[in-house]
Design a protein around this ligand. Structure first.
Ligand code: 6GU
Length: 247
């Protein structure tokens, strides 16, 4: 998978991509990340990349010419890549969308800045506009880092068995159950005894219930989108009715 990031601030990416799993994926050749400074494609004397919006209003707009030159140059190298724009008005980024993007040959990600980019860039080149949530960032760079991270870990071989993608939050549509490791007691706080019992059926049951409990508390709307067994339904009803346990 090739990632081409088009940005006015390439320095923002040096930390996040030089550590841990993404770095290992690059080193193993499983992904390739190239940074392109949009300013390098501005050919006026002052290398101007933004201008005032037509119609007035606050903020600046990224100009069409430098972005076009940058996109066209990168696209020549990567004709099969999908062009993505990070913007708060985009389609919500979800695990499902990460999964779709992981099937692409490559992604050309344009990091929006200021009040946005000239709409003609979107019309001419952008296949998909993506937002990482309902909040406003200073620019699309942190969002691009999120995209690269979430997509990379779905590329076969990027995660070792140690970091398996199998049981994460959202894969089954529920939030993840709590995890513990040694020691069994810390400052009087015990690990739930069932996890030390060796009874795998009971452990699975406990984890399923904790996932349901957590999801109901924090993200109840997720429960509407998952298939619940009869036992799940019973447990959720019990929680909703104010019960803490039925054991
Ligand atoms: Cl993709 N860009 C910006 N600037 N702000 C955001 C965002 C993206 N997603 C959420 N907020």
């Amino acid at each position: 998978m090739k990632f081409d990031l088009l940005t006015l601030f390439p320095g923002m990416f040096s930390g996040p991509f030089s550590e841990s799993i993404v770095k290992n994926a690059v080193d193993k050749g499983l992904i390739e990340i190239s940074l392109h400074n949009i300013r390098d494609y501005a050919n006026d004397r002052h290398r101007v990349t933004d201008d005032y919006p037509y119609g007035g209003g606050a903020g600046m707009v990224m100009k069409v010419e430098p972005l076009t030159a940058c996109i066209e140059s990168v696209r020549t190298e990567r004709p099969a890549s999908k062009v993505v724009l990070t913007t708060p008005r985009g389609r919500p980024f979800t695990q499902a969308l990460a999964g779709e993007l992981a099937n692409e040959d490559g992604l050309i990600i344009i990091c929006g800045r200021y009040e946005g980019i000239d709409e003609r860039v979107s019309e001419m080149f952008v296949d998909l506009e993506v937002s990482i949530g309902d909040f406003v960032l200073t620019g699309g760079e942190p969002a691009a880092i999120v995209l690269v991270d979430a997509v990379s870990r779905l590329i076969p071989g990027v995660l070792g068995s140690k970091e398996s993608a199998e049981e994460d939050s959202f894969r089954n549509g529920l939030l993840e159950y709590p995890q513990y490791t040694r020691p069994p007691e810390f400052r009087g706080q015990m690990v739930p005894p069932v996890l030390l019992s060796g009874n795998h059926r009971e452990i699975e049951r406990w984890r399923r219930r904790e996932s349901l409990r957590r999801t109901l508390m924090v993200r109840p709307e997720l429960l509407d989108a998952v298939e619940l067994t009869e036992e799940d339904e019973k447990f959720v009803r019990m929680l909703r009715d104010g019960g803490g346990t039925d054991d």
